[in-house]
Ligand binder design. Structure first.
Ligand code: HT7
Ligand code: ZN
Length: 874
């Protein structure tokens, strides 16, 4: 396949002025008429042809200024329509007529039908599956859209922008017309047609304009859209207050659909959502679901400015909108909930998903410089590390200059298709700071390591901190330049207070070391007593820290650090060290040591009523088996890690049984509220229930909790304990059966039932997953179902998926080959679960390689799966 390169960017030869689209919707023969007004760009040769993109299209006819074009003047191939002999300078109109079959579009890109609803997905390159056009983000046009459909097939006919009008057509058909005044790229185009339930509200913007808010869901689910509406209004207000951004159309519409490749899509004025991220009520949604809905509603809404008003010049700049918008949704969620708890969750997620990506064969820079298939670059690196890079800009500049830089970006680039260079220039100009070295965060892949050593001189009362950075080679980047790494720090004195003196040896303002050279020593003088260094506070830089720090020093940080995130980091580090050591012993079949100190500090934390319940729950959640594997790095034996972790859990559980059994009953008792405080109490109660059940080694307590539960959070907590800790017990099987019959017909609730079973530890799970896949009510075509079962199994079950006989790998390979025929994007994403295959012990590596080779040799692969396989096997 073709390799696209950042350095080859070239604007189009023709400039699009406007586009008018007419759709006559039909399940198998939708007619699309596209009228595009263009002119030749200044300086472009008079004989240059117009080349539009297309993908799997049926072209009916093509006209120039209303007249059929002579067949000798145009060519159509698999991916383009080329037209020659066009006017030299005058504007002209090209009309393209295509026919589509939404019902057979299983890729879920372009125009497709989901549960009878017509819907589009155009990012990144879906518009070319609707009509021939310049399907690239730097071609901005004003769209007018007319949709015609049978009234009984599609009651609502929606598109971007403001409503122009509607009326009856002929023979039971009707039409609606929409006009979007904001020039936009084709990837932000959207159309929805269907018979849906509608929930309405309004929002008055800061300048007093009333915006109509409409959320469309499947009939009967209107009662589950209230939280999404509330989150939308809070997002609109927050963007005004924090970034000065006001909404810019008369109407904002959001549609929830059940078949969707990703979480949601920020189409201008018409967001389309995976219904999993819209629908919630206490009976069917967990606290985590509510938090995700809030975050994703906010994320898509925030794209209106960071993505839509200012878009990307090309897809290499994807992080310009995604990293920045994730940064904005993180800041929003932190303001809505406990900021420390939110940050802890972000750090966990970044380490679990982005660090392994950066350390494996799929590593790529936040702004990639080449790609074969852009769909494969909607990654944790572009999104989550991209957000961390924006967060570091704020850390380096400070809040005021960061806001000035953002204001300048909005003012200068409104209406542009921009680049990372444009973005960085705004911050450099607003702050007067040179960001050249910092810009390496966008171009160098891999997670930097910083080794830290300290030296305390009691006689001189001086304290030295030496930092040394390194960055390992990644695919295509063997040599790396030195980075600018902002490391927030604190010096905690023996009495728990903080030392505030400034060091010599490098830039270090506002509690941040700026590491810009390979090695730097920061020296503090007049320090009253030996301090403990708290480094990378709040995870100010996405790096690996290597530091010999005693258990006592870690405990000192855990007790006294003024920053809650750092206290958690210290506890987590202590747990991780122990778990790594015990895992290595377990692998060698040695006797496992006691975890007395760790157990004590965790039980004390659990019992500490001065701490937020949500924080205590985070502290008690030991690093996951996959986290321990990542820390070990190579020659991984997932069974040894499992054995070690279980042993440590059991020791903590036994030591704290009295505390845990009390906390397990402390979930809020009033009516359910998804607010952070109650969610925190439930998180702590659920964690305590798990520990208490481990200590008691029997399922009675969890089964009672399951039976008594009156919300989905409590119910899934109990079900997971039963299925994972007491597999095959009567209690586990009874709870599974009860859950299944209670939620029969509720696909989103049943996804939890599939996921919990798929993540049950142990080699036997692949057989269970096979059986569930074959059950008659399992819909293989729905991405949410496949992610719940196959995704949870392969990415969330280390011992089950990496079973020593290779059955898990073979199952995934077979499913990827099968899914690839219908939905390549989904297949490629599921396959990335194997990206760390080379870090396993030799036997598993060999079996994993065999499975990957079986995919490579399975016949015709999509560009999506082909690209991932090629990079994973390179
Ligand atoms: N910008 C959206 C990305 C997206 C997408 C990409 C490829 C294929 C399908 C897709 N659906 C949505 C989502 C976002 O980041 O907001
Ligand atoms: Zn996004």
């Amino acid at each position: 396949g073709q390799v696209y390169k950042l350095k080859d960017y070239k604007p189009t030869d023709f400039v699009v002025e406007r586009i008018d689209l007419t759709f006559e919707l039909d399940p198998s023969e939708t007619k699309v008429v596209s009228r595009v007004i263009l002119h030749r760009r200044e300086g472009v040769a008079a004989d240059a042809a117009l080349v539009f993109d297309g993908d799997e299209l049926t072209l009916d006819s093509v006209q120039l200024d209303g007249n059929d074009i002579d067949p000798s003047l145009f060519d159509v191939d698999e991916e383009s329509l080329t037209i020659r002999g066009l006017p030299e300078s005058a504007p002209f109109e090209i009309t393209v007529n295509t026919t589509l079959s939404p019902d057979t579009n299983t890729k879920l890109m372009g125009l497709y039908r989901t549960n009878g609803v017509y819907c589009t997905q155009c990012e990144a390159e879906g518009f070319r599956r609707i009509t021939y056009f310049y399907d690239r983000p730097d071609v901005l046009a004003v769209y007018t859209v007319t949709i015609i459909a049978a009234k009984d097939d599609a009651k609502y006919l929606l598109s971007n922008g403001n409503f122009l009008g509607s009326g009856n057509y002929d023979e039971g058909r009707h039409f609606a017309a929409w006009f979007d005044p904001h020039p936009k790229p084709s990837y932000l185009f959207a159309l929805v047609g269907g018979d849906l339930g509608l929930v309405e509200d309004t929002f008055t913007t800061m300048s007093g304009k009333e915006v109509a808010l409409k959320i469309y869901v499947e009939h009967g689910k209107e009662g589950r859209a209230g939280y999404a509406m509330d989150a939308l209004k809070r997002s609109m207000k927050w963007d005004e207050e924090v970034f000065g951004r006001e909404y810019d159309l008369d109407i904002f519409q959001l549609v929830a659909v059940s078949d969707f490749n990703m979480g949601a899509m920020e189409n201008k004025g018409l967001n389309v959502f995976n219904d999993k991220y819209v629908l919630a009520d206490p009976e069917t949604a967990t606290d985590a679901d509510y938090a995700n809905i809030e975050a994703i509603i906010a994320h898509e809404y925030f794209h209106n400015w960071t993505g839509n008003r200012i878009t990307c010049r090309d897809w290499f700049q994807l992080c310009l909108k995604e990293g920045l918008t994730v940064y904005r949704d993180h800041a929003f969620s932190a303001d809505q909930r406990s900021a420390a708890v939110k940050r802890i969750a972000e750090i966990r997620l970044l380490k679990a998903h982005q660090f392994p990506e950066d350390a494996g064969p799929l590593a790529h820079p936040v702004r990639p410089e080449t790609y074969k298939e852009i769909n494969n670059f909607y990654t944790a690196t572009v999104y989550e590390k991209g957000s961390e890079v924006v967060r570091m800009i704020r850390t380096i500049l400070g809040a005021d200059d960061f806001r000035k830089g953002m204001d300048l970006y909005f003012e200068r680039h409104d209406g542009d298709a921009s680049t990372i260079e444009d973005f960085l220039a705004c911050f450099a100009e607003a702050s007067g700071r040179d960001l050249k070295q910092f810009a390496l965060w966008y171009s160098q892949a891999g997670t930097p390591s910083v080794s830290v050593s300290t030296d305390w001189n009691e006689a001189a009362k001086s304290f030295k901190v030496t930092l040394e950075q390194s960055l390992a080679p990644t695919p295509g980047q063997s040599r790396k330049a030195l980075m600018h790494i902002p490391l927030a720090y604190g010096l905690i004195l023996p009495d728990g207070s903080e030392f505030n003196g400034q060091p010599q040896g490098g830039e270090a303002g506002n509690g941040v070391f700026h590491l810009t050279k390979r090695k730097q020593t920061f020296s503090f003088t007049d320090v009253p007593g030996r301090p403990v260094l708290s480094i990378n506070r709040g995870f100010s830089a996405p790096v690996n820290i290597a530091m010999e720090q005693s258990a006592d020093d870690l405990a000192h940080i855990a007790r006294h650090d003024s920053d809650g995130v750092s206290r958690w980091q210290a506890l987590n580090e202590q747990a991780m060290r122990h778990l790594v050591a015990v895992s290595k012993l377990a692998r060698d079949g040695r006797k496992l040591p006691a975890a007395k100190e760790l157990a004590k500090i965790l039980v004390d934390t659990a019992a500490d009523e001065s701490l937020e319940p949500a924080f205590r729950a985070q502290a008690l959640a030991l690093p996951a088996e996959s986290d321990i594997a990542r820390e070990i790095g190579s020659n991984i034996d997932p069974d040894a890690i499992h054995t070690a972790r279980e042993a440590v859990l059991s020791e903590i559980a036994t030591a704290g049984l009295a505390v845990f059994s009390k906390l397990a009953d402390r979930a809020p008792t009033g009516p359910y509220s998804p607010a952070a405080e109650d969610a925190g109490l439930r998180a702590l109660a659920g964690t305590a229930l798990a520990y208490a059940s481990i200590a008691e080694a029997e399922p009675v307590r969890a089964k009672a909790a399951f039976d008594a539960s009156n919300n989905m959070t409590a119910m899934t907590q109990a079900l997971q304990i039963l299925v994972h800790q007491f597999p095959g017990s009567d209690e586990a099987e009874a709870a599974l059966a009860a859950f299944k019959s209670r939620f029969a017909g509720d696909a989103l609730a049943l996804d939890k039932w599939y996921a919990i079973q798929a993540m049950a530890p142990g080699a036997g799970t692949s057989a269970r997953v096979e059986a569930l896949l074959e059950s008659p009510d399992f819909d293989r075509k729905n991405p949410n179902r496949m992610r719940a079962l196959i995704g949870s199994f392969s990415a969330g079950n280390p011992t089950g998926f990496n079973a020593p006989d290779g059955a898990g790998y073979r199952l995934l390979a077979r499913e990827v080959i099968d899914i690839d025929k219908r939905n390549p994007q989904l297949a490629a994403r599921l396959l990335t679960a194997m990206r760390s295959w080379r870090s396993f012990e030799p036997r598993r590596q060999k079996l994993a390689r065999q499975a990957l080779v079986s995919i490579r040799e399975a016949g015709k692969l999509s560009p999506d799966v082909g690209d991932i396989i090629e990079r994973m096997l390179a």
